[in-house]
Write a protein that binds this ligand. Structure first.
Ligand SMILES: O=S(=O)([O-])[S-]
Length: 96
């Protein structure tokens, strides 16, 4: 489950990006258009994620996002991509 998010953003405008970091981390810089659902809120808020769209999940360095992907898979999501290396290796555009 890895994805080149930048490539995918160009080709696939339907890609939804879920950032599972805490709100303070999210507001310090996130991928444009990302939706912030902190990992601790995912079990109560995952229905905000459209199961019919390709979904990229990102955190700081890949730990929380891989746990988030496991959870989402367990509740039936299957178009999931864990953003390898997370925001620490993201060199694309950032929104604050
Ligand atoms: O964001 S992280 O869980 O990889 S430290």
């Amino acid at each position: 489950m890895s994805i080149d998010v930048k490539e995918n953003m160009k080709k696939n405008k339907a890609l939804q990006i879920i950032d599972v970091r805490e709100p303070s981390e999210f507001s310090s810089g996130h991928i444009p258009g990302a939706i912030n659902i902190p990992l601790g809120q995912l079990t109560s808020r995952y229905k905000e994620i459209d199961p019919n769209r390709e979904t990229a999940v990102v955190c700081l360095s890949g730990g929380r996002s891989s746990r988030a992907c496991e959870f989402l898979q367990s509740v039936g999501y299957n178009q999931l991509h864990n953003v390898m290396g997370g925001m620490s290796s993201w060199d694309g555009p950032v929104e604050r």
